[in-house]
Design a binder for this molecule. Structure first.
Ligand code: UDP
Length: 490
């Protein structure tokens, strides 16, 4: 952990992620941008989360970036969590049952972290914290510092979420199959209640969602990981609606394009660098489909087998990331070892059992398509790599992200069906191989539609890069953010 004191008085950004990969990774990326542009950054983490990004922490220290990764004891036992549950992805199944305890443990970080900040030689200029860390709003008021909300969601979703909240749907509507019109959205939008982002919390935990929303209403502004070329219309409506400044600062995954950083994002990769890069190098350009469902979607062995058979049947080269921690991990390993799948797909398939270096794979010239659960980070990473996507959302914001990819940007093919609850691998209906194979063939095959998708995806990839280059819209917004919250006068 570094505690280097900054040489000159500069803006001091305090970043507090939710300890979940999809929320932490983009904030780590943002920390690097801010520090490279002269700000001092304090980044809140915990021992096990720090261990996962140890390589990133070491590199930041070695390159002299003023990022303090402050690692505080995460009070699992005190909050009634099993030991080691320092990240949402470590919660036992069904994860939602443990969420209140997890958020209670997060709340308990308030006292030690406030104390740390009070003792810091450089007073904070601004706290940028995850929407799901409402205690940071209270802390900001204690410290007399502005708080900005960081959303791990895109502009389309935060607008729909805000409208649905103001329409009180999570109180009024009890039937999950009810189709909701989202009034005041920039274009007609109809969504089944079950596919709206607020259902992530389930009916029993709505009070936790409300607490976050109440704190959001008190915040001083909002930072969104998106870029104007794809979502300006939604962000503008949202900004009007909440009456506060919204900074579009993405895609944050482009803050760092050097290989070592991209490899180390989020976790230690479960695959040897030489092995997968050599393998990708041996593949024809744009021939490989990358398959991953992010850090939280869990799948039972039956579903895993269907995906495997679809990839085998479709016949395209693939890299398939299968999480190591699923309940059915042993059964999956047995199936991989005994079914002959790996033998039959040898040479054209690479299975990564555990954490995959996703950005490295997606940005490799051999990558030609992405079968994704539509987590917002994965969606942006697919866009940045100029890839068309086969979309298979499961819960939370993923259904709306699919709409962005398929209906707004027209760079996706929907697999269709099969959503499951968060952290409960037995809750979904199994999607059969034929359906998955059809989507993969449509995505990776030839024909006018597929080519059109590819061309649009390529153009969006260029726009994403321009947004984060000097002079680009997100680059400018990040720079303005630093100017907006300068160091406190001595
Ligand atoms: N990720 C990764 N390797 C994996 C799984 C996920 O690098 O094996 C990264 C991915 O690149 C993305 C994040 O983890 O940055 C997942 O965030 P996303 O919003 O896509 O989905 P979530 O995990 O929150 O459902």
């Amino acid at each position: 952990m570094t505690t280097d004191q900054p040489a000159a008085r500069c803006a001091h950004f305090v970043l507090v992620p939710l300890m979940a990969q999809g929320h932490t990774i983009p904030i780590v990326d943002m920390a690097h941008f801010l520090a490279r542009h002269g700000a001092h950054v304090t980044f809140l983490t915990t021992p096990l989360n720090a261990l996962r990004i140890d390589a990133i922490i070491q590199r930041a220290g070695a390159s002299g970036l003023a990022i303090d990764f402050v690692s505080l004891h995460f009070p699992c036992a005190e909050a009634g969590l099993p030991l080691g549950c320092e990240n949402i992805d470590a919660l036992p199944s069904p994860s939602r049952d443990y969420l209140p305890n997890f958020l209670r443990a997060c709340d308990m970080l308030r006292a030690p972290f406030t104390q740390h900040l009070r003792r810091h030689p450089l007073p904070p200029s601004c706290i940028v914290s995850d929407a799901a860390q409402p205690w940071t709003g209270e802390m900001a008021r204690d410290l007399g510092v502005p708080r900005l909300i960081f959303h791990g969601l895109g502009g389309f979703t935060i607008l729909a979420r805000q409208i649905l909240h103001q329409e009180d749907v999570y109180v009024r509507v009890t039937d999950e199959s009810e189709i909701l019109d989202v009034p005041g959205f920039p274009h007609p939008l109809r969504v089944p209640m079950a596919k709206t982002p607020g259902t992530f919390w389930g009916p029993k935990l709505q009070h936790l969602r409300l607490r976050s929303m109440e704190e959001e209403a008190k915040a001083d502004g909002v930072v969104v990981n998106t870029f104007d070329d794809i979502e300006a219309v939604y962000v503008e409506s949202y900004q009007k609606m909440i009456g506060k400044r919204v900074w579009t600062v993405g895609p944050l995954c482009l803050c760092n394009r050097d290989a070592a950083h991209m490899t180390a994002r989020g976790n230690k990769a479960a695959v040897d660098e030489n092995q997968y890069l050599r393998w990708l190098d041996s593949m024809a350009p744009t021939s490989v489909i990358y398959v991953s469902f992010g850090s939280l979607v869990t799948a039972g062995v039956e579903q895993i087998v269907e995906i495997g058979m679809a990839l085998e049947g479709a016949g395209f080269p693939f890299v398939w990331a299968i999480k190591a921690g699923d309940q059915s991990a042993i059964q999956v390993d047995r199936w991989l070892a005994e079914s002959g799948f790996e033998e039959r797909t040898r040479g054209r398939g690479l299975v990564i059992r555990g954490w995959a270096p996703q950005m490295m794979i997606l940005s490799h010239p051999a990558a030609g398509g992405f079968l994704t659960h539509c987590g917002w980070n994965s969606t942006l990473e697919g866009i940045c790599s100029g890839l068309p996507m086969a979309t298979w959302p499961h819960f939370g914001d993923q259904h709306l992200n699919q709409k962005v990819v398929v209906e707004v940007l027209r760079i996706g093919v929907a697999v269709g069906g099969g959503s499951a609850n968060w952290g409960d691998e037995n809750s979904g209906t199994v999607v059969r191989r034929e359906k998955i194979e059809k989507a993969v063939r449509e995505l990776m095959g030839g024909g006018e539609e597929a080519e059109g998708r590819r061309e649009r995806a390529r153009e969006l990839g260029e726009k994403a890069k321009r947004a984060m280059e000097e002079g680009g819209s997100s680059y400018q917004n990040l720079s303005m953010l630093i100017q907006q919250f300068p160091a406190e006068e001595e």
